[in-house]
Design a binder for this molecule. Sequence first.
Ligand code: NAP
Length: 555
Amino acid sequence: MDAPTNSPHYDVVIVGAGFAGLYMLHRLRGAGFKTHVFERASDVGGTWYWNRYPGARCDVESMQYAYSFSPELEQEWEWTERYATQPEILRYVNHVAGRFDLRRDIQFNTRVAAAIFDETDSRWMIETSDGGRTSANYCVIATGCLSTINTPNFEGLESFAGSLYHTGEWPHHEIDFSDQQVGIIGTGSSAIQSIPLIAEQAKHLYVFQRTPHYTVPAWNQPLQTDPKTQHSGRKAYGYDEDLTMEEIKADYLGLRQRARKTFAALAFTPNPRSALEMTETERQQEFENRWKRGGLPFQGVFRDFAVSREANELAAEFVRQKIQHIVKDSVVAEALLPTYTIGCKRLAVDTGYYETYNRPNVTLVNVSKSPIERITPAGVYALGREYPLNSLIMATGFDAMTGTLLKINIQGRGGLRLHEKWAEGPRAYLGLCLAGFPNLFTITGPGSPSVLTNMLLSIEQHVDWIVDCLEYLRDRNIAEIEPTLEAENEWVTHNNEVASDHIRNSCSSWYVGGNIEGKPRVFMPYVGGFPNYVEKCRNIAATGYKGFVLRGVGS
Ligand code: NAP
């Protein structure tokens, strides 16, 4: 692809204006790089722009799911709930975009269709959906891990005469389900968040479940400061570190430092003991404490939760007993019991999910043994009957981690297509750079901890690493950086080794591409832990970018 001579040229083009793209732009600008961002949506926010379904909120506590790069921003922003809703997170992203004056370098409503490396000039030629051509010395892909929706190819789907929705591309206006028969397909995190709210509204809700999901209560609560005492008095986060919002703000850096030392970059204290060295009474006490604390830290119930099948099964059984206790109809309860390892599919965090199945207007349709046969103009046909519906909701997830990258025609050296390179699954050095694709960076790409961590801290770590790298190249007048195939292969081998016997890799999930027909089965995120990963990235930079080839003279 040749760029017209008058097409704009930048030091860096960023694809995506979610949390990653915005911080990348802010840092590059500060470092003096001429930068331009393309965003397919009409505004900032990424995943929080698109996922507007009822009940959408973050499953990481607000005080932690926030940028750490600006102490002023940390202090001035007031989260109102322990777990922020999608509208509140979107308000926060908009606040950040305004505060740092980011919008002037973002081109909205513009999808990047192609990015092709021009070896003669060591630059990326970018083609956009509006036919625009742009070039840049570096291209940073910040398109997120869950940004291409998955709609299963149900027979007859296009014939459905009612309203069809996908949780990942929800309309921007409120939808009133009252007096409606509603169907929802899927019982992952998005469904688990939306089902209780839709059930409150709908005349009847049919939940089509193929695989039951483990979920633990959020125990969400407001965080607002009491105007009389100027103190919230609410626990903003913390299992054994029950801190208020004010206490966190008084030492936000301390919270971040504690978070960065943990596997998932989340500040909470896991139990240091093995499940197998505790008595039954001690275990039950620990389970109950963690259940009362709620949220993802449930996975810290024992140190061997994710490594010992026996310990994991004890935790799984505890949750199953909770389900049987909460759900009154024993047949429904039985159908809701997951049997695989807990934490293999991402643990969900809910408000009143299992309780919803006690409502008379909710029916669980168990399609685990016999799949949905087809969609008809009137509804869903399954288990030998038609379920008549006014609205059908796909809560069927995403073509995760690789889907969006593969939708862009990305070509590296010698016309190598990303499609060819990733034909048997994604391969990347540190999940950041790709052999054969010089000067290309992927923020939270496959092969990095990304979705297994607090995304905000992972994004910041990647962005900071990339900026340091670009400054290093600029200072030395180096035109190209590219990982060697050998270094990339070693990293992929290491990834596979740490994932091989890991709990996360013990069932079919989107982590392994198991939800998309024909997708190669590869465990995509790096499961070696955040601190370990950060150390590796730091060492590679400190040794003059070991594993990379640096070439040419910059223009
Ligand atoms: P998901 O976890 O992939 O769940 C998709 C659901 O659709 C599964 O229950 C799946 O069943 C079902 N499904 C797919 N194809 C089907 C078919 N042909 N027939 C019947 N059922 C089918 O997707 P998600 O709920 O959107 O969540 C994806 C990820 O987004 C989460 O894991 C999480 O990382 C993120 N997320 C985060 C939050 C948050 O709180 N921050 C909220 C929502 C989502 P099977 O399990 O049998 O495949």
